[in-house]
Design a protein around this ligand. Structure first.
Ligand code: RB5
Length: 142
């Protein structure tokens, strides 16, 4: 499975750790940047990541900024993207099961590295339940 990751400067260090974690788990990882802790604008990287998903180059995306909030706001502007800011296990699981989220956003200044890896793991390993939940997410595009 292909996973695309991106961050701004605040999320750079955690994004690098997530890349290592994903590769260890056998995922192919596409990195849309940023590539340092130099100050940059998170919407640029959110847009680049969403483009990869929409073009079918990755199944899921993981965005990291300081809070995860800016990245989630930016990503959810893109049609077809369902981005979920996650800082707890239950949300990371049920945004896949009920919302079919295709992007997870993390706040590097909010969520510690150990929990972040657990959140990534449960997000990527929880299937969408479909059924009534499909009807509801289809309403997003109307
Ligand atoms: C950068 O300082 C910070 O504003 C950004 O990483 C993010 O938290 C925005 O939502």
């Amino acid at each position: 499975m292909n996973i695309v990751v991106a961050s701004d400067h605040a999320g750079f260090a955690l994004k690098e750790k997530i890349k290592d974690f994903l590769k260890e788990k056998g995922y192919s990882v596409l990195d849309c940047g940023t590539d340092s802790e130099a100050s940059c604008d998170y919407p640029v990287f959110a847009k680049a990541l969403c483009k990869e998903i929409k073009e079918g180059n990755a199944e899921y995306g993981i965005l990291v900024c300081g809070t995860g909030i800016g990245m989630s706001m930016a990503a959810n502007k893109v049609q077809g993207i369902r981005a979920a800011l996650c800082s707890d296990y239950f949300s990371a699981k049920f945004t896949r099961a009920h919302n079919d989220a295709n992007v997870m956003c993390l706040g590097a200044r909010v969520t510690g590295e150990g929990l972040a890896m657990e959140l990534v793991d449960i997000f990527l390993n929880t299937p969408f339940e479909g059924g009534k939940h499909l009807r509801r997410i289809e309403m997003f595009e109307e």
